[in-house]
Write a protein that binds this ligand. Sequence first.
Ligand SMILES: [Zn+2]
Length: 477
Amino acid sequence: MIYDLLLKGARVVDPHNNMDKITDLAIKSGRIAQVKSEINPAQASKVFDLSGKIIMPGIIDPHVHLSSWIGGSAGYRMMAKVGVITAVDFAGPLEDIINSINVEGVGLNVAVLEAFRPGINLSSNNPSSEEIEKFIQQVLKNGAIGIKILGGHYPLTPEATDKIIEIANNRRAYIAFHVGTTNSKSDLNGFKEAIALARDKALHIAHINSYCRGLIGNPLDELKEVFSLLEEKDKIVSASYLSPINGTSGKCTGYKPESNVTNNCLRMGQYPPTEEGLYQAIKDGFARVSVNVNKENILLTGIKGAQYWREANTDLTVCFPVNLPQVQFLCATSKDQYGKFLVDALCTDGGGIPRNVTVEKGLLLVKLGAMSLVDFVIKSSLKPAQIFGMINKGHLGEGVDADITVLDLERGKAIMGINKGKIIMIEGLLLGERGRLLTTKEGEKEIKSRGIVYDLLDLRKSLLFRERVKRFYQKIN
Ligand SMILES: [Zn+2]
């Protein structure tokens, strides 16, 4: 047989290659072999008729959580079911992902950023340059592709944050920031501080929508300020999510929630930032807790949720309805005068947190006419691929990874997932086995020795560290 798999008659949407037409697509040895009309089915071992469906490059979720610390390994299944092929864990610990990916990975690709956690993997909230340098070197060697500053939740000093951004840039370690320091919160002021700290350095600012909740002014005015700064600063990479709920830690110590984000959300709902306040918020239905049922996480609220949270010693993810609809919408759809998206990509901040809604909500925006299907593919696959330097993903040119998500636009869902030519999901049924870790050359030795299937990323090719005038980037503008 010439081909392993032939997908016939779908509308193939591949903005990178200027393709949006009904055609056949053939796969051989895990790569796209041919995209052209009327490929002979006798030449393929397996043939699917996908008339009326949409083929797009595999969905890449650029911000998820899969560790036992946040999210949980149930996230692999939850993502694969909704058409995700590749995801980036935005906090780690990497060790958790290494321990789960072979058993629970269901055929997904996963890269990991390791978070700075003062008091746990960092001596204090004001570490020295030497300590930061050592930390970054170690996490890359362990197999992570970079680091995350969890400022909004567990703030570091502005000086330490500044040093981290600088050192990560010098080392070409991927660097993402949930804004906030000991001087600011996870809000518009935190965002402005992050922009100021980055100066001319590259920085990924996580979930833009989270800083426009009306904590400083009117949410739409906040958004305007954020957009004008994003337009000005071309070395800032960003994403936003379309779920109405956020996700944060419900863990309390000394009768107070540990996370500043949790405390902010309680204040937004007129609850005191205490353990009792959070209990009441869950009981009233304002906060929801994420619990594992039948290998997936669901949200519980009311007295049942509150009891569950107490029984878990408060150590559960909690979600608040703080992502305003107009902010979700504008972050997803707004463009600058040249037609470039102000916020680069769609993410979910989901994985194990039950809000993996990129396809569900994104296709609603397509139906509404707020976003074209081409735009949806740019924001959910092509741009995330470019952001992380995944040059063989995000498009369907001959010879690249056969990572594909098949969409049913009418039903508003993903109906098939393919990773490197292997079908990992059909109609919600999971067929993949172990996952594949995406690491860098620096982490290769360690990951190999741990018996993990892996692919290498070259972060020098990441949009984060590229000159913005390069053709690879311009092509989609
Ligand atoms: Zn997150």
